[in-house]
Design a protein around this ligand. Structure first.
Ligand code: FAD
Ligand code: NAP
Length: 474
């Protein structure tokens, strides 16, 4: 009986078996009579993993990914440190997904500006928002906007070629830099600031960033956390990379480690390498139990920073949940560069989408956006800005499962045909927006690889949207 309802389509090589009005074990209509069209907003890991799971799980779903930039892969391209090329291998999986016949990529489409979420909902059965966390948490202390103070988000974007950070021009003419926050982003930034230039030259760091780093006079980097050594947010692997960084030596305060030596036995130590350490000309240190209170202005150039005032904390409670409590004591540290690395933050891109401004996420239940049927979310927008790519994979697969469950149960109505990209492309054309397809991105990719090869790098990224569009043939 099931087989009598089975239709086989063959359009190019794409098709598939599809149950027309098949009955599943629960007696419910399993697949509807028109093929479900899903659109995803954001072409980072969450977008690609959500698409991958949807396409794999159901042979009749088509997925369109809309990405703000002409280039895909989100933080894999613009966040992951240039000296971690192995992390970027996930791009191969994303590329396979993008090349799948039931997946299309449309770069250079800024949802919330070029298109509204409502327009996408009219064109698709389901819309999954996966646009990440593009804002940054502010410290909320006086002097935060002085020159010499940068967010890690912008600093990372600058050395990784994010077009909006191209003009950052960080001033690295001072000797001491303070990084606030002790997560993996802070450790990435510290490593990039202190790495020997010959190591960075072989990476895909942008050439302008390389030139600034080559002239850098920063010799000492302090990575400051508000809690203690057992609460450090960065992972052992990243701390070990700092310990092993050529031409650098750690400089810690013994008092910070009192009473926690046992808990720290797994942390890497530099071992018996006195000679290497003695010769090191650059220094890095973790500083604990300190919170930023004020960025201090240079008395001679009041628009610039010359230091930071830190409150000294003590811990209340223990373990991961321990809280930093002010002791009332203060400490000033002289420095000419301050990088705030206290976390990213999602932003609202469309007033029609519920948004929890306090937690800076879209309120959701297993990826189903609350009080918004047909709207889903995945990735950092769903969870907040924590977790590695593997975490993002899991939460994106969960969201895809929610979409599929809703299709199967009929909660998501897929019975009426939807126009999908056809109507959206017509809207974009009317608005003068030129989407970049995945094969057009591949032209940009080839050009970047070609430019990189000429100077011994894996790629030299194009730094402006205009140049990307030109190379894509737009
Ligand atoms: P994103 O990667 O930010 O992707 C979101 C995408 O949405 C972007 O492409 C963006 O351009 C697009 N977008 C934004 N707004 C719109 C809009 N209005 N319309 C259309 N598209 C839009 N994890 C690891 O496992 N290893 C690492 O080494 C590592 N390094 C990291 C380094 C840094 C600096 C950071 C910040 C994170 C790092 N991570 C790393 C974590 C990893 O990058 C995240 O887990 C992952 O990128 C989150 O994926 P996402 O798709 O939710 O967000
Ligand atoms: P994170 O891991 O959440 O670290 C944020 C840091 O900022 C913590 O030390 C936190 O301290 C501190 N902080 C937060 N608010 C603060 C405040 N108001 N004042 C002072 N300090 C404050 O975030 P992240 O470093 O941005 O990284 C984001 C995610 O990407 C993480 O999951 C990370 O692992 C991942 N990532 C991975 C890699 C990698 O695998 N190599 C590289 C980069 C990023 P508390 O702990 O006290 O809150």
């Amino acid at each position: 009986m099931l087989l009598s309802g089975l239709k086989v389509w063959t359009s190019r090589s794409l098709w598939i078996h599809r149950l027309h009005e098949g009955i599943n074990g629960g007696g419910k209509a399993r697949y509807s009579s028109c093929s479900p069209k899903v659109c995803i907003v954001g072409g980072g890991p969450a977008g690609f993993y959500t698409a991958q799971h949807l396409i794999k799980a159901r042979p009749d779903v088509t997925v369109d990914i809309y990405e703000r930039l002409p280039v895909p892969f989100g933080l894999v391209r613009f966040g992951v440190a240039p000296d971690h090329p192995e992390v970027k291998n996930v791009i191969n999986t994303f590329t396979q997904t993008a090349r799948h016949e039931r997946c299309s990529f449309y770069g250079n489409v800024n949802v919330g500006k070029d298109l509204s979420v409502t327009e996408l909902q009219e064109a698709y059965h389901a819309v999954v928002l996966s646009y990440g966390a593009e804002g940054n948490r502010r410290m909320g202390v006086p002097g935060e906007d002085l020159s010499g103070v940068y967010s890690a988000k912008d600093f990372v974007g600058w050395y990784n070629g994010l077009p909006s950070c191209r003009e950052l021009g960080p001033d690295l003419s001072c000797e001491t830099a303070v990084i606030l926050g002790q997560g993996n982003v802070a450790l990435d930034v510290a490593r990039v600031l202190l790495s020997p230039i010959d190591l960075l030259k072989k990476t895909d760091i942008t050439q302008p960033a390389l030139e600034v780093l080559e002239e850098s006079r920063v010799r000492r980097v302090l990575i400051v956390g508000r809690r203690g050594p057992t609460q450090i947010a960065g992972t052992v692997k990243e701390v070990r990379e700092m310990v092993n960084l050529p031409n650098t030596r750690p400089d810690m305060l013994a008092s910070d480690f009192e009473g926690v030596k046992e808990a720290l036995k797994d942390l890497p130590s530099p071992g018996n390498e006195h000679e290497r350490l003695e010769k090191a000309s650059r220094v890095w240190g973790l500083r604990f139990y300190r919170s930023p209170v004020e960025i201090l202005a240079d008395p001679e150039r009041s628009s610039r920073t010359a230091g930071i005032r830190l409150a000294v904390n003590k811990l209340e409670g223990s373990g991961e949940g321990a809280r930093a409590v002010l002791t009332g004591e203060m400490e000033d540290v002289s420095c000419g560069l301050i990088i705030s690395s206290i976390g990213y933050k999602s932003l609202s891109i469309d007033p029609s989408v519920p948004f929890d401004s306090h937690r800076a996420i879209v309120p959701n239940n297993m990826g189903r956006i609350q009080e918004a049927p047909g709207l889903y979310c995945s990735g950092w927008l769903k969870t907040g800005p924590t977790g590695v790519i593997a975490t993002t994979l899991n939460n994106s697969f969960d969201t895809a499962r929610s979409v599929l469950e809703d299709m199967d149960s009929g909660t998501l109505n897929t019975s009426a045909a939807k126009p999908g990209s056809q109507s959206i492309n017509a809207l974009l054309e009317k608005r003068g927006v030129k989407p970049v397809t995945f094969s057009e991105w591949e032209k940009i990719d080839s050009e970047e690889v070609r430019r990189g090869a000429a100077i011994g790098k894996p790629r030299e990224k194009l730094l402006t949207v205009e140049e990307m569009l030109q190379v894509a043939g737009k």
